[in-house]
Design a protein around this ligand. Structure first.
Ligand code: 5HY
Length: 257
């Protein structure tokens, strides 16, 4: 099977790191195609970044349908464009925040999210509400480490994140941690080893969830909300995004009718 892992920001080194993490956990026979859009913000740290990352993300999903991709991961903790992507895709589409929160919710009675900038904390709360996770999510904490600082040589990011996770366990009373940024994926194992509690990051959680759904021959429901977008011609710079008839996806036959 082919899973398209889409980093909605345009920073290729982040995309490469996510691809490495995903390929470590997928089963033999599962191909991970890790991509970034060619247009959009280099990091997503607010509503405006997220809005302007979405067209490029959706273009990658539309391309994936042509490429015969079986499923998709939206690898940004805001889960941008998740529902729009589901309108385009035949296969499952999972966001990393959605995946990480659900996984943590079956491993512990409660979790805290540890994310990047303070200004994105409410976005995480909104997602917890949307996913029915507020009864599990005790807190959303910011480290105020910018997304593109996470992997910088000499960065104190790992220690700062680890300290915030420790405070979450002590002060929030949480029994698990959700890492609130795709850029934290490569830090997850070390942090979990140090803390001794489940530390969940959404890239690998989402990839394995998509893999499981595709293996079960389950795809996105194409009735109602997630049916193909209605046909219409868009104006101006977005004309190329005009909804068209569904193109045959070579992978579609694998899904249960
Ligand atoms: C992410 N931004 O996972 C989010 C994290 C955040 O570029 N990739 C980004 O801070 O919301």
């Amino acid at each position: 099977m082919r899973i398209k892992l889409i980093n909605p920001n345009t920073t290729q080194r982040m995309t490469d790191a996510m691809g490495r993490c995903a390929r470590e956990v997928v089963a033999p026979g599962t191909e991970v195609i890790a991509v970034s859009p060619t247009m959009g913000p280099p990091s997503i740290e607010g509503y405006y970044d997220e809005a302007l990352a979405t067209p490029g993300l959706l273009a990658e999903v539309a391309a994936g349908e042509q490429e015969g991709c079986d499923g998709y991961v939206i690898a940004c903790f805001g889960d941008p464009g998740l529902y729009a992507a589901r309108e385009l895709a035949r296969g499952p589409v999972i966001g990393i925040a959605e995946a990480a929160m659900h996984v943590a919710s079956v491993l512990a009675p409660s979790f805290s999210v540890v994310t990047t900038l303070s200004r994105t904390c409410n976005m995480a709360w909104h997602l917890a509400e949307r996913y029915g996770m507020t009864r599990f999510c005790r807190n959303v904490r910011a480290t105020d480490v910018a997304v593109l600082e996470l992997d910088q040589p000499g960065s104190e990011a790992r220690r700062i994140i680890l300290d915030e996770c420790s405070r979450a366990l002590e002060e929030d009373g949480s029994e698990a941690i959700v890492l609130g940024c795709a850029g934290m994926a490569e830090l997850c194992a070390q942090i979990q080893d140090e803390l001794g509690v489940p530390v969940v990051e959404g890239v690998t959680a989402a990839v394995k969830w998509v893999e499981a759904l595709v293996a079960l021959r389950l795809g996105t429901a194409k009735r109602g909300d997630y049916a193909r977008p209605l046909l219409k011609r868009y104006d101006g710079a977005l004309e190329s995004f005009s909804p068209t008839e569904a193109q045959p996806n070579p992978a579609a036959s694998r899904f249960r009718r």
